[in-house]
Design a protein around this ligand. Structure first.
Ligand code: ZN
Length: 508
């Protein structure tokens, strides 16, 4: 782990979990993918070289079973579902740089190399496995983890007794190495309380886990024993390294790895315990960091096919637009905690923050500039009372994005919108005669809108570009670079301001 081989700090490699293709994309998938997209867009504004990865997890028993039930092959089945995810992300304006499918050759080669390295290190050994297994989780459970009546703690349905010869990863040998690594990398997991959960799992003792199955054909064969296919974790987790060239392009791999992972709280054990141990065994660096999210609940429950509360994000886009939906997902919930999705909450956020605050500000400014300033936006005053509010909004946004707290970042941006609306209400430019007094007020409001467009662009890419253009600015707001782009005084004045239709018509 020679530090000179680490990628430069201006590279930002971010991943979502890969999504299992036994279901169509739902609100839970969209939640994590939108958070990641906004983070990626923020880091691009900072001038970093960004790589944002998402993809699909396509092997395993459940896919085999679903394909059998549909009377098709697993490959044909996954070929049908994976594009639904790609299409959903396009429609939600997700700016991923890559989309990996675990059935791709680049992934198979990398998984086999990772397995071989861990096997050569002596950390993968043959053993008999017997235990209680949940088919839905593809996971064995100890008696202490099961619910009353031998029910899976996640699916609340009976587990099955399985016995088979498996290759095992000797996770039990990694307790000290993992604890040392985490002690040397404080804050690697955010929020902190989720990091403490991971440390608790490691201190509580680690069990070896099975890395292969003979009962299954739909997977990647072990390089030294092709009668077994790799099972779940070595296959799925490895996508984070195979997508940047592990096993196929080592130079490229070294230029990007390690990544930062966005994960859900239900996969802490696999991502924060199994995965760094696997990487250490193979002589690779653990991830640079993990940001652990809660669940977006619907009616207080985790969305699932069995509870019948699956929400299709694309239906919501029809109601409030892509940016309206993205804004709700980012602003409503504190990342790390569970959030509760309600349709009423979606509409309330849309009306208060987007229609009343942002939409109203743009509309007021454009109306006064059209009527009183001849349609030409004046320049801001260097000593504007809004300059301090703009600087504070940027500082607080930057700190919040760095902590993976999009709701705080947007709250900071909206505080500038509210300050600007209050400034207009105090000065009542709509009552003023044309002249330098109203020009100064409107120049300040236009400058605040310009800064808002930059700061809001990770959440609202289309709307921010529209604001940018309506106040007369050229080029793409995404080409702006922080912090220079939010320094007070950037609006040059003398630009044509366009009124246009309301950005966010109010919803009943
Ligand atoms: Zn289960």
């Amino acid at each position: 782990m020679d530090p000179s081989r680490s990628p430069s700090p201006s590279r930002y490699y971010l991943t979502t979990p890969i999504y299992y293709v036994n279901a169509r994309p739902h609100l839970g998938h969209a939640y994590t993918t939108i958070i990641g997209d906004a983070l990626a867009r923020w880091h691009r504004l900072l001038g970093e070289e960004v790589r944002y990865l998402t993809g699909t997890d396509e092997h395993g028993l459940k896919i085999q079973q679903a394909a059998d039930a549909a009377g098709t092959t697993p490959q044909e089945f996954t070929d049908r579902i994976a594009p639904l995810f790609q299409d959903a992300w396009r429609r939600l304006d997700i700016s991923n740089d890559d989309f990996i499918r675990t059935t791709e050759p680049r992934h198979r080669l990398g998984v086999q190399q990772l397995l071989q390295r861990c096997y050569d290190a002596g950390d993968i050994e043959l053993d008999l496995y017997a235990g209680k297994y949940c088919v839905a989780c593809e996971e064995y459970y100890g008696d202490d983890e099961l619910l009353e009546g031998d029910l899976c703690p996640i699916h609340k349905r009976p587990v099955e007794y399985f016995e088979e010869e498996n290759w095992f990863f000797r996770l039990s040998r990694f307790q000290d190495r993992l604890l040392e690594w985490y002690a040397a990398h404080p804050g690697a997991i955010v929020p902190e309380f989720r990091g403490n959960e991971a440390l608790g799992l490691i201190r509580g003792g680690l069990r070896d886990f099975s890395v292969s199955r003979t009962s299954l054909q739909w997977g990647i064969p072990l390089p030294w024993d092709p009668t077994h296919v790799a099972y779940v974790w070595f296959d799925a987790l490895a996508n984070y390294i195979t997508a940047v060239g592990y096993g196929t392009d080592d130079e490229r791999f070294r230029s990007w790895w390690p990544a930062r992972h966005l994960i859900g709280k239900d996969i802490i054990r696999h991502h924060c315990v199994y995965w760094p141990a696997m990487l250490l065994s193979a002589g690779l660096e653990p991830p640079r960091g993990w940001a652990v999210g809660g669940w977006l609940l619907v009616g207080g429950e985790k969305m699932s096919k069995t509870s019948g509360n699956v929400v299709d994000p694309l239906d919501l886009v029809d109601d409030v637009g892509v940016d309206g939906f993205r804004y709700y997902v980012l602003a409503e919930t504190t990342y790390g905690q569970d959030g509760d999705f309600t349709y009423e909450g979606l509409i309330a956020r849309y009306n208060s923050d987007l229609a009343n605050n942002l939409g109203n500000l743009l509309s007021r400014v454009a109306t006064v500039v059209t009527k009183t300033c001849g349609g030409v936006g004046p320049a801001p005053s260097p000593s504007s009372p809004l300059a301090g509010a703009a600087a504070a909004a940027y500082e607080a946004s930057a700190a919040a994005w760095a902590d993976v707290q999009p709701n705080r970042a947007l709250e900071a941006t909206w505080s500038l919108i509210r300050a600007t609306n209050a400034y207009l209400e105090a000065n009542e430019p709509w009552k003023a005669e044309p002249g330098p007094v109203v020009d100064a007020v409107m120049g300040d409001a236009l400058e605040a809108l310009r800064i808002v467009a930059v700061l809001a662009s990770p959440a609202l890419p289309t709307t921010s570009q529209a604001v940018w253009e309506r106040i007369g600015l050229g080029g793409a707001v995404t080409d702006q670079r922080l912090p220079a782009a939010v320094a007070w005084g950037g609006y040059p004045g003398g630009l044509e301001v366009t009124k246009g239709a309301p950005l966010f018509p109010r919803k009943a």
